[in-house]
Design a protein around this ligand. Structure first.
Ligand code: GSH
Length: 219
């Protein structure tokens, strides 16, 4: 039995759950998975059995519980220091932490207008100023990281890191809603979308039966 357990929500909709799940998979860290369908009768009670915040994701390692996506990613980096889950160089780690936290604490227009939905494939039209400026900022972050690390590999910091896990749901959203991006960003999106772990998550999300009307968006 695995020492690690990750509690997640619906794969189709739960972008916060995807982040640590992808991180664990990409670093080959064994874990068992508990999936709790969200916003259904009894969901909150079930969530509270695993997560003091009543939200997913939550992670258990032996008798330690950690909740909140970025806290879980940080904890996993502490748990497996030999795996370089953050980029090892101090200045790279500083940038990786900054862009990961910027994602975690912001981008509300993207999060509200373009909710993650693995089933969605459309072109989103009602663009607002705040949405456009957040999309531009994400693209700028991806370009800056890629321009500094293109020699070392195809991810934001060359090799896959927490920063890629934090931005993976944004990649999915831009792809689902037909957001136009430049060539560097598009290449980065293709890299993330071609991860077999992410393809597996998407396939399982698409196959889920739950339909959450509040998380659905039309053009
Ligand atoms: N800041 C938290 C956000 C967690 C969150 O909002 N999770 C949502 C699903 S993506 C949730 O559990 N919703 C269920 C509920 O509030 O009942 C994180 O980074 O993990």
């Amino acid at each position: 039995m695995s020492l690690n357990r990750l509690v997640i929500g619906n794969k189709n909709y739960s972008s916060w759950s995807l982040r640590p799940w992808l991180l664990l998979r990409e670093f080959g860290i064994p874990f068992s998975e508990v999936k709790i369908p969200l916003y259904a009768e009894g969901s909150k009670e079930t969530l509270l059995r695993y997560s003091p915040s009543g939200k997913v994701p939550a992670f258990c390692h032996e008798n330690i519980t950690v909740w909140d996506s970025l806290a879980i990613c940080e904890f996993v980096a502490d748990l497996y220091p030999e795996k370089n889950i953050w980029p090892p160089k101090l200045e790279d780690k500083a940038l990786a932490r900054s862009v990961s936290n910027e994602m975690h604490s912001g981008f509300f227009a993207i999060r509200n207008s373009l909710p993650m939905n693995c089933r969605k494939q459309m072109v989103f039209h009602p663009m607002t100023e705040s949405l456009k400026s957040e999309i531009d900022r994400v693209c700028e972050i991806w370009r800056v990281c890629r321009s500094r690390h293109s020699e070392k590999g195809p991810f934001l910091f060359g090799e896959f890191s927490i920063a890629d896990a934090m931005y993976a749901p944004i990649v999915l959203r831009f792809n689902s809603y037909g957001i136009t991006v430049g060539s560097t960003e598009s290449e980065y999106m293709s890299t993330v979308l071609s991860l077999s772990s992410l393809k597996e998550w998407i396939a399982e999300g698409v196959a889920e039966k739950e339909f959450l009307a509040d998380c659905e968006v039309d053009a």
